[in-house]
Design a protein. Structure first.
Length: 183
């Protein structure tokens, strides 16, 4: 097992947990898309690690494309404004689209994306979220069709998730030590 990064306070999902979660999601997606050829849309940057693993667990024919959006910038709070930094190269009219997202927090990013892709004539749009944040008293703007894990209401990093573009390379998901934010 990799040594714990000194900035990490605790691990929420270990490498083994992640392997199990992604394997299960791959099975669920493969079962539901039997006989179809979905387009998996990875929401960059955060979802690139998850999508790479998920794709290898999907057993039906599928294609992949990427969209880069940002609503958090360098901070830990959503700005509420979703910016498209890179659009899809694929025509999605009539396609079954599966959005692969690393984390669903306020749901603002996904709600914006679903509306956008629906407007382009996708046949179906489903959401596969690796992590969903449990925020007491708050309902996210969208409901994911596939959920990897529910995580506590803390800012998490690793497995593609960053803080100020750092920690995406950690093979596990963890919570940062509070002093890291004031560095
Ligand atoms: O449910 P929400 O509150 O909208 O938050 C979820 C989004 O926040 C993060 O993206 P971020 O804007 O940090 O960009 P990144 O993927 O490049 O890290 C994450 O990757 C999700 O896309
Ligand atoms: N890295 C990271 N990005 C997020 N975007 C929304 N919530 C989070 C989070 O907990 N961690």
């Amino acid at each position: 097992m990799a040594e714990l990064h000194p900035d990490i306070e605790s691990v929420i999902l270990s490498e083994d947990d992640i392997k199990q979660i992604v394997g299960r999601l791959g099975q669920e997606v493969s079962r539901d898309y039997e006989g179809k050829n979905p387009l998996v849309v990875a929401v960059l940057r955060g979802a690139f690690v998850f999508t790479a693993d998920l794709l290898r667990q999907i057993t039906v024919p599928c294609a992949v494309d990427f969209m880069a959006v940002s609503s958090y910038g360098a901070g830990v709070k959503s700005s509420g404004v979703v910016k498209i930094l890179k659009d899809l190269d694929t025509e999605i009219q009539g396609r079954d689209v599966l959005i692969a997202e690393d984390i669903l927090d306020s749901g603002l990013t996904l709600s914006y994306l679903v509306d956008l892709l629906r407007g382009r004539g996708a046949k179906s749009i489903k959401i596969c979220a690796f992590a969903v944040k449990d925020i007491p008293g708050h309902t996210a703007a969208v409901t994911p069709d596939y959920v990897g894990a529910h995580v506590p209401n803390e800012f998490i990093v690793g497995y593609g998730l960053d803080y100020a573009e750092r920690y995406r390379n950690l093979p596990y998901v963890g919570i940062l030590k509070p002093e890291v934010y004031s560095k």
